[in-house]
Write a protein that binds this ligand. Structure first.
Ligand code: PMP
Length: 376
């Protein structure tokens, strides 16, 4: 069976597993404890991991907050900003997002909306991208927070986040991006993008373990931390942003995955683009007018292809193919409901129901993809 659902999750990188194992066995210290070697070792390991993640993202170490994953990071940032500034700021009642966000963003906004926040859900184009001019117009209303996904997990389109970040910087307004799907696939350096105040990412999309992610909370200035209300109160870990004993094994694993992603960034992007081109040519040649592509051909996540098998129900097709190839009908998060992303991009229900998503991994080869020659 070939695994082509790498946007849902990725295989743990073997070096990541090796790095994690001691922290599941003999190195069981709590990094918040003091003085004895086990605690100091755990503290040191977390420090190194934090540096590895900061290097990948291009921010300071103390701007990295370890969470349980991107779902938590999104919840924490959106609810935490509203809760903290809702009490002290005049423009606290208005926030912006798009209709094509991940459910963990959309549902966080809905939660706030039910409690009185005025939320604008921007419409998206046929590739699920926001309209930059429309969003820029909205900045006149001084939104407290705007959250726009960087790379869409279902259709693969990139929003123009660096361009948007500049506009938010100029207007001195909070901007958050869910970057979960683009880490290791789109190069960026946060210090060059000061307009991005908050960013979310996850470990298991980059060859790291599940149950670990990062909320990046950029500082206001070198010494001034950006305030928000924590989701988890308690022992004050992570600079009071997120309490709870640190999952050292997972943090160490994420650090290693980040180091590998950083080291192989350009090479992985080139490989994903090459594999994608090969697969698109193969599918077009083999299946010709039986398929149609949803994904754009440019400004997209390399290695993510959304396409339709005309007249074929996606669930039935995926089930039939499942002994040979692991694919998805959209995202792992919303597979039982018709995709809100594809619907917001204007696809009729019939087309949503015949859409499948193929997501590649740089560690596969072209010959693995030849399996698609057998689909007729
Ligand atoms: N945002 C996006 C864009 C995602 O694709 C996912 C994972 N499907 C998440 C957030 C949630 O990540 P996690 O599994 O780490 O909670």
């Amino acid at each position: 069976m070939i695994y082509l659902d790498n946007s849902a999750t990725t295989k743990l990188h073997p070096e990541v597993l090796e790095t994690m194992l001691p922290y599941l066995k003999e190195e069981y210290g709590n990094p918040s404890s003091k003085f004895y070697l086990l605690a100091e070792n755990a503290k040191k390991a977390v420090k190194i991991a934090r540096e590895q993640v900061a290097l990948l993202l291009g921010c300071d170490d103390d701007e990295i907050v370890f969470t349980s994953g991107a779902t938590e990071s999104n919840n924490m940032i959106i609810k935490g900003v509203q809760d903290y500034y809702g009490r002290i700021s005049e423009n606290s009642n208005y926030m912006i997002t798009s209709q094509a966000e991940h459910p963990s963003v959309l549902e966080s906004f809905r939660y706030l909306e039910e409690r009185g926040t005025n939320v604008k859900y921007l419409e998206v184009d046929s590739f699920a991208r926001v309209n930059v001019n429309e969003l820029t117009e909205e900045l006149k209303h001084q939104p407290l927070l705007t959250s726009i996904i960087w790379g869409n997990n279902e259709i693969g389109s990139l929003n123009p986040i660096p361009d948007l970040a500049q506009r938010f910087e100029k207007n001195n307004l909070f901007f958050h991006t869910d970057a979960t799907q683009i880490i290791g696939k789109v190069p960026f350096y946060l210090k060059d993008l000061p307009g991005i105040r908050f960013l979310s990412m996850s470990g298991h999309k980059i060859g790291g373990p599940k149950g670990i992610g990062v909320a990046v909370i950029r500082k206001q200035s070198k010494e001034i931390y950006t305030k928000l209300t924590p989701l988890l109160h308690g022992g004050g870990q992570e600079n009071d942003y997120r309490s709870g004993t640190l999952a050292v094994h997972n943090i160490v694993g994420l650090g290693k995955a980040a180091e590998i992603a950083h080291k192989h960034l350009n090479e992985n992007i080139a490989k994903l683009k090459e594999l994608e081109e090969y697969l698109i040519a193969l599918l077009s040649e083999n299946l010709g007018n039986k398929i149609t592509f949803n994904s754009d051909t440019e400004n997209k996540i390399p290695g993510l292809i959304s396409l339709q098998f005309i007249g074929v129900n996606n669930e039935l097709l995926l089930k039939k193919l499942s002994p040979f190839v692991a694919l998805s009908s959209g995202s792992a998060c919303s597979s039982s409901k018709p995709s809100h992303v594809l619907t917001s991009a204007g696809l009729p229900l019939e087309e949503v129901r015949q859409t499948i998503r193929i997501t590649l991994n740089p560690n596969i080869s072209k010959s693995d993809l030849d399996i698609f020659r057998n689909i007729k």
